[in-house]
Each structure stands twice: as structure tokens, then as C-alpha cells.
Design a protein around this ligand. Structure first.
Ligand code: ARG
Length: 458
């Protein structure tokens, strides 16, 4: 393939160099954006009088034909094209001859590649925010379906206090809501049109950049050409947003892996989302969830990879920037794949209601209530805590649950303990007392579900 820079060189590029430097194998997925950007740029050149109407039309038709050929997989992807930008331009020149060489007037691959990436990311963020909304809808529907059911709340992975199962599910809804906000914030900074920055100093031809932004659907244009060609913050910000979301997905996966184990036995994973063992007949393994947890590492790795690429770069464009694409595409695909599988998995999730409710109040999860009861009767909290602790120790020694103690036994610890303490040991009573905004009382949780339903169009 003849190189566009051939004029300056006496020797041809080594094959090993072509293979080493090529980005075509992975940037080919930007072909649609590259053609869209090229068509807009052709229109801008026509408007500036650099291309005649007739020349422009020929180029536009040529680009459409190339799009058809790429769509149908008719193009041979030889790495000696180097990248998708040179592939499209090369194919255009084959089609319309020397005229094709006019399209790159005033444009550089440096502003072209960042335009393509931004266009691609705008579309990708849109799709992924929609998937994230689907995930939240699945959670909120379950929170509504299982409203009123108790669940054990944990701290340090030890039973702590009873909560509503819905409250627990809605905690994940909050995390995914923040993730969606982060993506939409990041989208604002992706939504900036860089074309017209040229190699680094700005396009020397009378190109109307606002017109380009309008054609391509951007809200604003970049304000400094040097920054525009060297900036990949938008990609890094996106990787950071999806890394945080993957951390949430991984934590949810971990909770579900634990909760579905025989030892916890609180939820039931849908069989279609589990795999068996080739040797142990009894197994129903949570491989999907384990992979979700595992893949979070990869996405975080992509963030670290791009951050490391960027941190030492002098202004403006450097070829290192080509290394942005594989982590970006890889992480984005991984993230999307995880969202796709988590939505139906959640929809198919089952629960073991009796066990949830029994675990919610057992294991001394009501000990705080006992202390609060004594506070209610006038004791300072620290003293109440000490007495409740003694009662727990007594129960442990006797192998009894709090609710199995007789009133006489209880009164041995404090005269303040009366028959009404049984009411306080009822987990529903404990929930009702937590009517603080953000608390687990049924009214508050119901409100949270209603708010989320409204936000999500349910
Ligand atoms: N393939 C290159 C990339 O992905 C396109 C820009 C190349 N620019 C250059 N001056 N070599 O970054």
C-alpha cells in the first residue's frame, strides 16, 4: 500500500513495522463513525468552497458505497492500511481517483481519531445507561414484589439487625443510580466536537466548526486545538465511571453468591444462570456471578492502563494514544456483557422466605432492641448496652434465643424489664421504629420504591 507520507521517504516501511504499528485490527470498529465524520467534513469543505458541489457529491457517494462494502464485509483488512482512517481514505481514492485526496485538506488523523472515539462513546454511553436503567427496574420490581419480607442485615458479615429485604435491594438501586448519573455527567464532556483542530494548531482553511458540530449532533466545540488532540480525559472518565459500576456489580454478585450458598440459604439462583460440575453431581455453581466479580478486575485494569498511558505524555498527540482503544473497547464490551446477563438473572432470582425471616431476628439480631427498650425505660444507653450484652452472654451459655428467656430470667438482669419487652423483640417493631428518612421502616421503604418507580418509568 502506498503511504500518504511516501513523498518524504526513500525506503519502504518494513512489514514488521506495519504489523507493529497497525491499529486497524481493533479500530475497524470505528468505521461507521469514521465515515460519518468524513461525510460531515466533506460538507464543511464544500461550504468553505474548497470542494465544488460536484466534487463533494462524488466524495459523499463514494463514502456511502464504502459504508455498504464494509457493512457487507467485502473489504479486506490488510494491516498495511495501518488504521481505519487510512483504510477509508484509501478506498475512497480507489473509487473516485485523485479527487479522494482532497478530503483530507486541513484535517489530520489526530483530530479525526478523537472525533471517531467521541462519536462512538456517545452512542455507547446511551446504550449502557439504558441497560443500567433495565437493571434498576429489575431490582425495583423485586423490591415491590417482596415488600414486607424481613432479611438479616449484616456488618462484618455477622448478623447485625433486621431490615426489610426490599430495603436491601434498594441499596443496590441507589448505587446504580449514582453510576447512571456519573455516566451522564461524563457524557457531557464526551459531547465536544474536536474536528478542526487538525494536527495540533487548528485548521488553516475557513472550516465552520459550529456547522460540523451541528451536523454531527454535538452540543459544543473544543476550545483549544492542542488540548483537543491530546485529551483522552473523556475516555478515562468513562472507564472510571464503569469501573465504579463494576465494583457495585461485583459486590452484588458476591452478596448473591453468599446468600445462595447452602450455609446461608437465603436466595435461590435461577438454574439457567448456574452451571454444574463435571465430577460432583450435587453442584449448582454460581459461575455467572463469579465471572461478574472476576470481570470487574479487568475493567478496573483498563482504567489503570489508560491512566498509565496518559500520565507521562508531552503535548500534543503522541502515538501512545493509540493504546487507548483496546482497553476502552474491551472494558466497554465487558461492562455491557455483564449488564446483559445480570438483568435476567435478577429477574429470575428466587428467595427462601421462611429462612430469611428466621435469620432476620435470630442470632441476637434483636440485641440492640433490648438495649433500646431499657433506654426507653430510662437507662442511659451505655448502661443499657452493658445489660443487654450480659443477657446475650447468658443466652449463649444456656443455648437459648432472646425470645426464649422467661420474664423471671430477664428480670434477674434488670428490674426495668417487663412483659412488654416481648413486643420490642418482635423484628417488625424494630423496623417500624426506623422511620427516619433513609431508614428501613415499611413506610420509608415504600416511599423509596415509589420514587424509584417514577424515575424509571415503572
Ligand atoms: N491510529 C492512530 C490512533 O489510533 C490514529 C492517529 C494517528 N496519527 C498519527 N499522527 N500517527 O491514535
Amino acid at each position: 500500500m502506498e503511504k500518504p507520507w511516501g513523498g518524504r521517504f526513500r525506503e519502504r516501511t518494513e512489514r514488521v513495522v506495519e504489523e507493529f504499528t497497525a491499529s486497524l485490527p481493533f479500530d475497524i470498529r470505528l468505521w461507521k463513525e469514521d465515515i460519518e465524520g468524513s461525510k460531515a467534513y466533506c460538507r464543511a469543505l464544500m461550504r468553505a468552497g474548497i470542494l465544488s458541489e460536484e466534487e463533494g457529491q462524488k466524495i459523499l457517494e463514494g463514502l456511502d458505497e464504502i459504508a455498504g462494502e464494509l457493512e457487507r464485509g467485502e473489504v479486506e483488512l490488510d494491516p498495511s492500511w495501518e488504521d481505519v482512517h487510512m483504510l477509508v481514505e484509501g478506498l475512497l481514492r480507489r473509487k473516485v481517483g485523485e479527487l479522494g485526496g482532497k478530503l483530507h485538506t486541513g484535517r489530520s488523523r489526530n483530530d479525526q481519531v478523537v472525533l471517531d472515539l467521541r462519536l462512538w462513546l456517545l452512542r455507547t454511553i446511551g446504550e449502557q445507561r439504558e441497560l443500567l436503567a433495565e437493571l434498576r427496574r429489575a431490582l425495583v420490581r423485586k423490591a415491590e414484589q417482596w415488600f414486607g419480607i424481613l432479611a438479616p442485615g449484616y456488618t462484618h458479615l455477622r448478623r447485625a439487625q433486621p431490615v426489610l429485604l426490599s430495603h436491601y435491594l434498594m441499596a443496590y438501586n441507589e448505587m446504580f443510580k449514582r453510576d447512571s448519573e456519573r455516566l451522564s455527567e461524563c457524557r457531557k464532556r464526551v459531547d465536544i466536537m474536536p474536528l478542526g483542530s487538525s494536527a495540533l494548531s487548528g485548521n488553516p482553511y475557513p472550516i465552520d466548526r459550529e456547522f460540523l458540530a451541528e451536523l454531527l449532533g454535538f452540543s459544543r466545540i473544543s476550545e483549544n486545538s492542542i488540548d483537543a488532540v491530546s485529551d483522552r480525559d473523556f475516555a478515562l472518565e468513562y472507564l472510571s465511571a464503569i469501573s465504579i459500576c463494576m465494583i457495585h456489580l461485583s459486590r452484588m454478585a458476591e452478596d448473591l453468591i453468599l446468600w445462595s450458598s447452602d450455609e446461608f440459604g437465603l436466595v435461590e439462583l435461577p438454574e439457567g444462570f448456574c452451571t454444574g460440575s463435571s465430577i460432583m453431581p450435587q453442584k449448582k455453581n454460581p459461575d455467572v456471578l463469579e465471572l461478574v466479580r472476576g470481570k470487574a478486575g479487568r475493567v478496573i485494569g483498563a482504567f489503570v492502563s489508560l491512566a498509565t498511558t496518559l500520565k507521562g505524555l508531552p503535548l500534543a498527540y503522541n502515538r501512545d494514544l493509540q493504546e487507548d482503544k483496546e482497553p476502552l473497547f474491551g472494558a466497554s464490551d465487558t461492562f455491557q456483557g455483564v449488564l446483559r446477563v445480570m438483568v435476567p438473572l435478577l429477574e429470575g432470582l428466587g428467595i427462601r422466605k421462611e429462612r430469611l425471616e428466621q435469620m432476620a431476628s435470630g442470632g441476637f439480631a434483636m440485641a440492640t432492641e433490648l438495649a433500646d427498650y431499657l433506654v426507653h425505660k430510662g437507662l442511659p444507653f451505655r448502661e443499657a448496652h452493658r445489660i443487654a450484652g450480659q443477657i446475650v452472654r447468658h443466652c449463649e451459655e444456656k443455648g437459648k434465643d432472646l425470645r426464649e428467656l422467661s420474664l423471671e430470667e430477664l428480670r434477674g438482669f434488670s428490674e426495668l424489664l417487663d412483659g412488654d419487652v416481648l413486643l420490642w423483640l418482635d423484628p417488625h417493631h424494630a423496623l417500624r421504629r426506623r422511620g427516619v428518612p433513609g431508614g428501613t421502616s415499611p413506610e420509608r421503604v415504600k416511599e423509596a420504591i415509589e420514587r424509584a418507580k417514577e424515575e424509571l418509568g415503572l
